[in-house]
Design a protein around this ligand. Structure first.
Ligand SMILES: [Zn+2]
Ligand SMILES: [Zn+2]
Length: 243
């Protein structure tokens, strides 16, 4: 075991020599000892982690403990709760942009570590990625939600099932106002019957929808609505960032 980890550490030092790593936030060089691959400890501390004072329904930060936010007071969702790891600002926002728009798949081990350190409640959960339309998936080359799901599934030893598919191509939610976001994704999803039959997911299993960002909740709600209508009784959401 010790020999194996020595080789791994030597391999990492060699790779660092060939391809020096720099912090995504401040550009400082990162050596073999850094816990995160692409984020230095100083920048890590500056991330707006959501650990206390959040809305227990939608995960919004800066909400007094034990109360729900104003928005949740006005709306009802089909999902029981959303949990987000950090607020969508600064380096947290940069991580998502790098992953989605600059093919930042090298950041996935760091995202996985964030998920691990957040000590998420994923016991006996089936993780369901929010699907992309096949066209957008093809253009991007990957679906970031699937990749986040796979990372978390390894860490928490849970199943991943692509239980949903996207019916039609919708405009990007980015840049749309709240009302337009709800309208844009309202009927965008349906059950992926093939995956459902193949994986035989029982309707009483806890389902956790996974996405990179929760803004108004329109996308998560559109997905949750389909799952609840199909008979799934316990649907939650987990998102990397809360806008
Ligand atoms: Zn840094
Ligand atoms: Zn809320």
């Amino acid at each position: 075991m010790a020999v194996k980890s020595t080789f791994r550490s030597m391999g990492r030092h060699f790779l660092d020599f060939l391809f020096p790593r720099a912090c995504l936030g401040c550009g400082s060089a990162l050596g073999g000892k850094s816990t995160y691959c692409y984020i230095c400890s100083d920048c890590l501390r500056k991330i707006d982690w959501i650990r206390n004072h959040f809305c227990p329904r939608c995960g919004a930060p800066d909400v007094e403990n034990g109360t729900i936010c104003d928005e949740c007071g006005r709306k009802t969702f089909s999902f029981l709760r959303n949990c987000s790891i950090y607020a969508y600002s600064g380096l947290g926002r940069q991580i998502i942009h790098e992953l989605k728009y600059r093919n930042g798949r090298h950041l996935l081990p760091d995202i996985g570590r964030m998920g691990m350190e957040a000590r998420l409640d994923l016991c006996d959960t089936v993780l369901v990625p929010v699907p992309l339309h096949w066209w957008r998936r093809w253009l991007r080359g990957f679906n970031q939600s699937e990749l986040i799901c796979e990372r978390l599934a390894k860490i928490y030893d849970c199943e991943v099932c692509p239980l949903l598919r996207r019916n039609h191509h919708t405009r990007r939610q980015f840049g749309l106002g709240a009302r337009a976001r709800w309208k844009n994704v309202g009927n965008a999803f349906q059950i992926n019957e093939l995956a459902f039959k193949k994986m035989k997911i029982a309707k009483n299993r806890k389902i956790t929808l996974v996405d990179d960002i929760f803004t108004t909740g329109a996308t998560i709600e559109a997905c949750a609505k389909v799952l609840v209508a199909a008979g799934f009784g316990h649907v939650e959401a987990l998102t990397l960032a809360r806008a």
